[in-house]
Design a protein around this ligand. Sequence first.
Ligand SMILES: NC(=O)c1ccc[n+]([C@@H]2O[C@H](COP(=O)([O-])OP(=O)(O)OC[C@H]3O[C@@H](n4cnc5c(N)ncnc54)[C@H](O)[C@@H]3O)[C@@H](O)[C@H]2O)c1
Ligand SMILES: O=c1ccn([C@@H]2O[C@H](COP(=O)(O)OP(=O)(O)O[C@H]3O[C@H](CO)[C@H](O)[C@H](O)[C@H]3O)[C@@H](O)[C@H]2O)c(=O)[nH]1
Length: 342
Amino acid sequence: MFVLVTGGSGFIGSHTCVELLNQGYDVVVVDNLCNSSVEVFQRIECITGKSVFFHQVDLLNKESLARVFETYSIQAVIHFAGLKAVGESTQIPLNYYHNNLTGTLNLLDVMAQNKVFDLVFSSSATVYGENNPIPYVEHFPLGSTSPYGRTKVMIEQFLKDAYASDNRWNVSVLRYFNPVGAHPSGLIGEDPNGIPNNLMPFITQVAVGKREKLNVFGGDYPTPDGTGIRDYIHVVDLALGHIKALEKLASQTEKSIDAYNLGAGVGYSVLDVVKAFEKASDQKIPYDIMPRRAGDIAEFYANAEKALSELGWQVSLSLEDMCRDAWNWQSNNPDGYASKLK
Ligand SMILES: NC(=O)c1ccc[n+]([C@@H]2O[C@H](COP(=O)([O-])OP(=O)(O)OC[C@H]3O[C@@H](n4cnc5c(N)ncnc54)[C@H](O)[C@@H]3O)[C@@H](O)[C@H]2O)c1
Ligand SMILES: O=c1ccn([C@@H]2O[C@H](COP(=O)(O)OP(=O)(O)O[C@H]3O[C@H](CO)[C@H](O)[C@H](O)[C@H]3O)[C@@H](O)[C@H]2O)c(=O)[nH]1
């Protein structure tokens, strides 16, 4: 069975390709490489002994995308491709809307033309906005505070409207909490461009000596240690959630659109993560407590019961595993994919 993975050379996409290949799926990847490297495919091959069919395609180029559908008998799509930096999205919002929304509309159109209706979409916990109580439950009202987040809210709405108009659409919307860690092989992981925006890659770059110290954004939140609390999820657990979602789409006779939180259902503070990382890596992480980062909220985590009851999915890896694997990746690849394969 051919599965098309858009954005399959990126952080979460590459880990999902590994799990798809391990389960015997044939994998076709389209990615424009705006935030990833082709080097990842060699590494995926080292891990799985199998290769993906890669096409360097921008989703904004509908004709190129259509040719990929003509080449393979694609049965389902996992759609990761998109721009994802919250801060950057406030600087260049129209690029975010154009890339994420037009790219998705092109994909949906080409899928429908080829009668492919099974879709797993990468959404985010950011769609719960800032006014919902925690833990977040899937039926809560949606809204977001950044242009990036609004692209996710809007795409979720596109998908609902598409299903309402034509119930051949069969869609699983996965709302990720905070994906971190790396494949335990240390061959693939997160390789951000420039200064990392997110906590774990910043910590690993401090540990490997690329950054002097961590800035902890906010020490005065109403949380036990004053730092922000998030629901961190190991990227391999997250990747496995996509397989469960695909299996459900393929097995159900009644087509549907459903949203699922993919999180652990547990919150850890920034300082909890720092301590866990120091223990797992045996490295000291110097840090300064800084003012809060604009747009951050004190605390959120998932209610992950729906994914367990309907997809049969739950996390199996701990914060310790996340830190160990993130460190294994970073220490073996100090320059990410530009590092030589050991
Ligand atoms: N990493 C997170 O913290 C997080 C959290 C919630 C949701 N998500 C979502 O999950 C998805 C994957 O995230 P990731 O962390 O792997 O990001 P990533 O940047 O590593 O991967 C996204 C991939 O999409 C590609 N891409 C972007 N625009 C494209 C286009 N127009 N055409 C073709 N390819 C394009 C990029 O080159 C990249 O390889 C994204 O949609 C992101 O918004 C990520
Ligand atoms: O250098 C840093 C980076 C982060 N943090 C703190 O660490 C926590 C986690 O921050 P991240 O930037 O790693 O993650 P966010 O929760 O802000 O956001 C991430 O997860 C969200 C979904 O949960 C969205 O998908 C979003 O796109 C994605 O970046 C926050 O309290 C943040 O203030 C620091 O203290 N220092």
